[in-house]
Design a protein around this ligand. Structure first.
Ligand SMILES: [Zn+2]
Ligand SMILES: [Zn+2]
Length: 357
């Protein structure tokens, strides 16, 4: 099934033509749990990896005594997922809670020592044929993203991400299955296996990076829009959004006004390309060691949507948008929910940089 982002609730470029100078395409990946093959783009799916090539390992020492068994992380998610689907009001039963309580951190892997190298987790493999906004080195058509399942690298104690670009036609003898760590540092570093439904969209620069004049004009427009909505129960040009809000259940906690930041600028969820969001920190330049301004390659977001970004829910997901777990298909939560991987447009093999929001 494809995924289709609804038309934006306002034509912001018609309102502010100068925004056409601050437009980029991006590709929303729309991960959904499934069973991809090594020949498909995926989150955590089996990688198209040459059998003769060593799998990347993290050799940094990690305190495995505080980690979780990867098998337990997956069992816990399966139990919780089934429980919430069965009983959206109460979730897991007493028996299930007892089972979950048995999944204690750090006590199940006595044979794994802190200094043992750890296979990196397969996070995503993206084929350029599926994703137009994937800017890699000339001639390479496959990006594989891996990371260490412990968040304790470098001076900031963050996650260690490895990017591997390859020519898929060079892989003739494929490794059967991804090597995996026995123990992971944090459950939220473990991605669920997902198929992708890439969709190219248009986005606009993060508000704080627009000119001050434009920011002020947009704020004024948002206020006028809010006043108009308060004055009138039905605003013609926003009927499709209003209809959607009603269809989505009309919970009172849901935001019903249209704003640039939430609805017209940068979509939520996993995506390639486009603009970076700076909603937690002030915008900061991300510069390559060669001096070039870097661009977002891949954005890893904990939620595909929430109450603040419901206008981005794909048409195909409207009926299940409020099903528990529907908006968090990957299970990954880094930073305060968002990790952005930047690469150099001059040479994508220059070392990448990470930003957390
Ligand atoms: Zn590590
Ligand atoms: Zn560079």
């Amino acid at each position: 099934m494809t995924r289709t982002t609804p038309e934006r609730p306002a034509d912001i470029e018609a309102q502010f033509p100068e925004l056409s100078q601050n437009r980029r395409t991006s590709t929303r990946l729309h991960p959904r749990q499934g069973s991809p093959t090594p020949h498909e783009s995926s989150v955590a799916g089996p990688f198209l990896w040459p059998a003769s090539e060593p799998w990347p390992m993290c050799t940094a020492p990690h305190s495995k005594g505080t980690g979780h068994l990867l098998a337990d992380v997956r069992r816990e998610r399966r139990i919780l997922d089934a429980a919430w689907r069965r009983d959206p009001q109460n979730g897991p039963s007493e028996t299930e809670l007892e089972t979950l309580a048995g999944f204690k951190a750090g006590v199940h892997a006595p044979n794994v020592s802190d200094g043992d190298p750890i296979p990196l987790l397969a996070v995503a493999q993206l084929f350029t044929r599926d994703i137009q906004d994937l800017a890699g080195p000339e001639g390479y058509d496959l990006l594989q993203v891996l990371w260490c399942p412990f968040e304790a690298h470098g001076p900031d104690h963050t996650i260690d991400v490895v990017l591997k670009w390859r020519r898929s036609t060079n892989v003739t003898d494929t490794l059967p299955g991804n090597p995996e760590p026995v123990v992971v540092g944090r459950k939220e570093c473990v991605p669920n296996t997902c198929v992708l439904h890439p969709e190219r969209i248009v986005e606009h620069e993060y508000a704080g990076l627009l000119s001050e004049e434009l920011q002020e004009s947009i704020e004024l427009w948002e206020e006028e829009l809010l006043d108009a909505e308060e004055d009138s129960a039905s605003v013609g040009s926003y009927s499709s959004y209003a209809e959607y809000e009603a269809a989505a259940g009309g919970e009172t906690s849901e935001r019903d006004e249209v704003t640039y930041q939430h609805d017209l600028s940068i979509p939520p969820g996993w995506k390639t390309g486009g603009f970076a969001s700076w909603h937690l920190t002030d915008p900061a330049p991300v510069t390559c060691s060669c001096g070039t301004a870097m661009r977002p390659l891949l954005t890893i977001h904990d939620r595909e949507w929430d109450n603040g970004t419901l206008s981005w829910v794909p048409l195909e997901d409207r009926d299940t948008a409020h099903t528990p777990g529907a908006n968090v298909p990957t299970g990954v939560y880094l930073g305060r929910g968002l990790m952005q991987i930047f690469t150099c447009p001059t040479d994508p093999t220059h070392p990448h940089r990470l930003n957390f929001q």
